[in-house]
Design a protein around this ligand. Structure first.
Ligand code: ACM
Length: 387
């Protein structure tokens, strides 16, 4: 063991609007680092995390990325949840020749050689969500989102997909990240009058609990008009009064209750480290497995310098809690699994749709269509394992 370390930056918020989910990402990152270090680190060198709290503020992500690169001399950063923070930090990371590992679902239509995207792109969650919801509930949709880039762009994709199934958008509205309970109550009242088949929510952070609580207070029924989402996770459901979100739908590569040996080991280790009540999310799962991919890549490259490390990350596979994942060499995105979940009385998700296949990333949605003539396997870009 040498005293030299692999120094990495960790940029997840423990305060501010998205702290609930980002705390799970930070915890999972530190857990993976601790596990790898307990097994001797990477080739006898420990990983040394330098963690900051950017307070859910994009400007702080940028400033702290700069600090990590310029003062702490890291060449790899694990971090970011909101796309606004990724877009704020990435130009700094690119200019310094560093690499960001980004473990969050996002809107797609982006590629940076300096970013490894380990959350799902729209073809890996939105297509599956629309496919499920249009068959089960219908395709007349209202869309409510927070006022920043991910909701605008995700709504564009979701609207396209529902339109391809013959549906339409009845309402589209954006609220500030700091919107209060009365704002959500008024929106719910307005939307309920339109009687959509589902309400697509791209609300993020603390507003999620307020939005679902407003829905519940209005006496609406998820069996006929669920809130459907990609960004509502176990962490935000835990912020609500018990039972508030029961019956609502999220599409995601991973849910906390998944019964695979890798998932059960991850959940047990996370609980042992962070408490029996700690909630685990898909964003945490991606934050966890991406550290292992980084470690495998550094072990192969024998360096963490960007230009030498990147080729060793491409096509790298790992048995993650969600299933075996792989970094795509063409796009820097990740092959991930596709699932649709429904919130149960425990505040966890029951998987209600699971094709059981890994989906190749297609961040620019080049191959997609939900029209009836396209076979399902083609629509979802399923690829056999090992391809
Ligand atoms: C997000 O902003 N990518 C959730």
């Amino acid at each position: 063991m040498t005293s030299e370390t692999w120094r990495v930056g960790v940029l997840f918020s423990t305060s501010g609007i998205t702290a609930a989910v980002e705390r799970t990402q930070r915890n999972a990152t530190l857990l993976a680092i601790e596990q790898i270090n307990a097994n001797g680190g990477i080739d006898g060198r420990l990983i040394e995390p330098i963690a900051y709290n950017p307070g859910s503020d994009p400007k702080q992500y940028r400033d702290q990325a700069e600090l990590l690169c310029d003062q702490h001399k890291v060449s790899v950063i694990f971090g970011c949840y909101m796309s606004s923070s990724r877009k704020a930090a990435l130009p700094i990371i690119e200019a310094r020749g560093a690499l960001l590992f980004y473990p969050t679902l996002y809107e797609g239509f982006e590629y940076s050689p300096h970013c490894i995207y380990t959350g799902p792109a729209p073809n890996q969650n939105s297509v599956q969500l629309v496919n499920y919801v249009s068959q089960k509930f219908g395709n007349r949709i209202a869309m409510i989102g927070s006022n920043y880039v991910y909701p605008y762009e995700s709504n564009r994709v979701i609207a396209d997909l529902f339109t391809q199934t013959g549906g339409r958008v009845l309402h589209e509205q954006y609220v500030p990240l700091t919107a209060t309970a009365d704002v959500f109550a008024r929106i719910i009242e307005q939307v309920a009058k339109l009687q959509p088949d589902a309400i697509y929510s791209t609300v993020v952070g603390d507003g999620i609990a307020l939005f679902y609580q407003a829905y519940r207070a209005a006496g609406l029924d998820p069996a006929t008009m669920p809130i459907i989402s990609l960004s509502t996770s176990e962490a935000e459901v835990a912020q609500m009064a018990p039972g508030t979100a029961v019956g609502h739908i999220t599409a995601s590569p991973y849910f906390e209750g998944l019964r695979t040996p890798q998932s059960e080991a991850f959940v047990a280790a996370y609980r042992a480290r962070f408490g029996a009540d700690a909630r685990i999310t898909a964003c945490a799962e991606a934050a966890y497995f991406q550290v292992y991919l980084y470690a495998l890549g550094v072990a192969r490259a024998q360096t963490d310098r960007f230009a030498l490390l990147l080729p060793h990350l491409h096509d790298l596979e790992f048995d993650a809690p969600q299933g075996r994942v792989k970094i795509d060499g063409a796009t820097n995105h990740t092959h991930v699994w596709s699932r649709v979940g429904q919130v149960n009385a425990q505040g966890l998700f029951d998987v209600v749709d699971e094709p059981g296949v890994r989906v190749a990333p297609d961040p620019y949605m080049l191959k997609y269509s939900l029209d009836a003539e396209t076979p399902l396997a083609v629509r979802l870009n399923f690829q056999p394992m090992g391809s």
